[in-house]
Structures are given as structure tokens and as C-alpha cells.
Design a protein around this ligand. Structure first.
Ligand code: DGL
Length: 277
């Protein structure tokens, strides 16, 4: 699998969700090589313990480093919330001090305050991301005047991973969680889908969210932030190859990933099965 001529950007998610981020990154930065890894065999992460999410994410990071990725984006809020800081501070210095692992919570928190007029935002995310309070802390740091209301949506990722995005079950659980979020404050005017799987539920989310509320997805935010990062870090930019390849790896079933991945990525996907642990 390793192609020693390539030095791609590694994109990691627990499953398919990161493909919604990768498709936006490719729109913004089409020339780079990308290597996507989905840990489908162990998804969802959002209901797992802190220690397990950290262990799994570290295994994925080590694997992507072994495949020549000098830069990895954790295109997963749960992994960014639960594992990123430890990996950056504890593991990177001895694993690969010149490599970089970036998350998607900070870039999102850096812009969210610009969208809200009422200064009240809602975050819909996995139980792991909500429990970490990462969004609350990061947004307080960037926009101290903004109040954050969080809503955990434990069933949304399993619904999306199993392809149940438009049935009656999905409609019920989407409606219910939006009701719980909006009941926390009627003044919320901006809702972030703080899980990279949730854009697949967007038609239902839009249906049940009051029209006055703006719904934000992360793909384009993360893409712009990565473009900006590479602009500011020419030493990393030089280490990345730009021959336009996209490769997809999954710890789950390759045929299933190839079939289902297209819905998330918006184009055909040809995946290979890998063992990372
Ligand atoms: N897509 C991941 C996120 O952004 C979560 C999926 C999961 O629970 O595995 O949080």
C-alpha cells in the first residue's frame, strides 16, 4: 500500500464522516495528494470512553505516519476533542517531531462567533465531543461574549453509518434532538453540526430547524483553515507532494466502504482494507 513517492495529507475519521470534510478540502486544495483512513471496524467512537478514543486515534495516526503522511487532519470532532491534545503534546515529540496532527474544533471555534447576531450558538455533536466541553472552552476563548448550548445526539452517527438518513426513524431522532436543543434557548440563531457525519442528515435537520436559524457544516471551514495553514507553513507545504491522488483505506469492509463512501464524498470511492492495530 505504501507508495514511497507520495507524501500525502492524511485525513482520519472513525468512519465515513471525514469524507464530507475531504470533499471540501479537495475543492479548496485540489493538487495535493490525500490518503483517507476510516476506522469503520470500530466506529462509532462517540459513545466510547476517553481512553479508548485516544488509543484508537493514536493507532490511526501512527499508521498514517507509516504511510508517509507528514500532516494529518483528524476530520472527526470526537477524536479532535478526546485525543488531539495528548497526541500533540505527549506522542508527537517522540513519534515524529517534525510531523503535524491538526484537529477540526479549533478552526471551527475560530469563526463561529462571526455568524451569530444573538451571541447564542448551538452545537450538535456526539456524546464524547459534548462531554469533553471542547467547543465550550474553545469558543469562550475566541468569543467570550458568545453563549454555547450543547446537544448530544447519540443515535445520529449509527443512523448515518447504517445508511438510515431519510426514513421515519431518522426523522424522529433528528426532530427530537433539535427540539431539545432549541428548548435550551429560543435565541439560538446559529447551529453547528459538530460531527462530520451529520451533513448527511442535513435535509432532515433543515426540515425541523426554525427557518431563522443558520446551520453550519464544517467542511468548508476546515478547508479554508488548512489552506491558510499551508500558506503560513511553507516548510510543511514543501514536504507534501502535489500529484492529485486520492486513496481511501478502511479498517472495515472495503467493498462496503467503496459503495457507501460515494454518498459522503460525492464521487466514486475505491477503498482498500487495512489492519492498523
Ligand atoms: N464523525 C465523527 C465526529 O465528527 C464522529 C463519529 C463517531 O461517533 O464515530 O465526531
Amino acid at each position: 500500500m505504501k507508495n514511497s513517492n507520495l507524501s500525502p495529507v492524511g485525513i482520519f475519521d472513525s468512519g465515513y464522516g471525514g469524507l464530507t470534510v475531504l470533499r471540501e478540502i479537495i475543492k479548496e486544495l485540489p493538487d495535493y495528494d490525500y490518503l483517507y483512513l476510516g476506522d469503520n471496524a470500530r466506529a462509532p467512537y462517540g459513545t466510547r470512553s476517553f481512553a479508548t478514543i485516544y488509543d484508537y486515534t493514536l493507532e490511526a495516526v501512527k499508521y498514517l505516519f507509516s504511510q508517509n503522511c507528514p500532516l494529518i487532519i483528524l476530520a472527526c470532532n470526537t477524536a479532535s476533542a478526546r485525543a488531539l491534545r495528548n497526541i500533540q503534546q505527549k506522542d508527537l515529540p517522540h513519534l515524529a517531531p517534525d510531523n503535524r496532527v491538526l484537529g477540526i474544533i479549533r478552526p471551527t471555534a475560530e469563526v463561529i462567533g462571526h455568524y451569530t447576531k444573538t451571541k447564542k450558538v448551538g452545537i450538535m455533536a456526539t456524546p464524547g465531543t459534548v462531554a469533553s466541553e471542547s467547543y465550550v472552552l474553545e469558543i469562550a476563548h475566541q468569543f467570550p461574549q458568545v453563549e454555547v448550548y450543547q446537544q448530544a445526539c447519540p443515535l445520529w452517527v449509527p443512523l448515518v453509518e447504517s445508511g438510515e438518513t431519510d426514513g421515519r426513524g431518522a426523522a424522529y431522532f433528528v426532530k427530537e434532538k433539535i427540539r431539545e436543543l432549541t428548548a435550551q434557548s429560543e435565541e439560538i440563531d446559529t447551529v453547528l453540526l459538530g460531527c462530520t457525519h451529520y451533513p448527511l442528515l442535513l435535509p432532515l435537520i433543515e426540515k425541523y430547524t426554525p427557518k431563522s436559524v443558520r446551520i453550519l457544516t464544517q467542511g468548508d471551514i476546515v478547508a479554508k483553515s488548512l489552506a491558510d495553514y499551508l500558506q503560513r507553513h511553507s516548510e510543511m507545504k514543501k514536504r507534501l507532494t502535489q500529484t492529485g491522488t486520492r486513496r481511501f483505506l478502511t479498517t472495515g469492509d472495503a467493498a462496503e466502504f467503496s459503495e457507501r463512501g460515494e454518498v459522503f464524498f460525492g464521487e466514486k470511492v475505491k477503498a482498500k482494507h487495512v489492519v492498523i492495530a
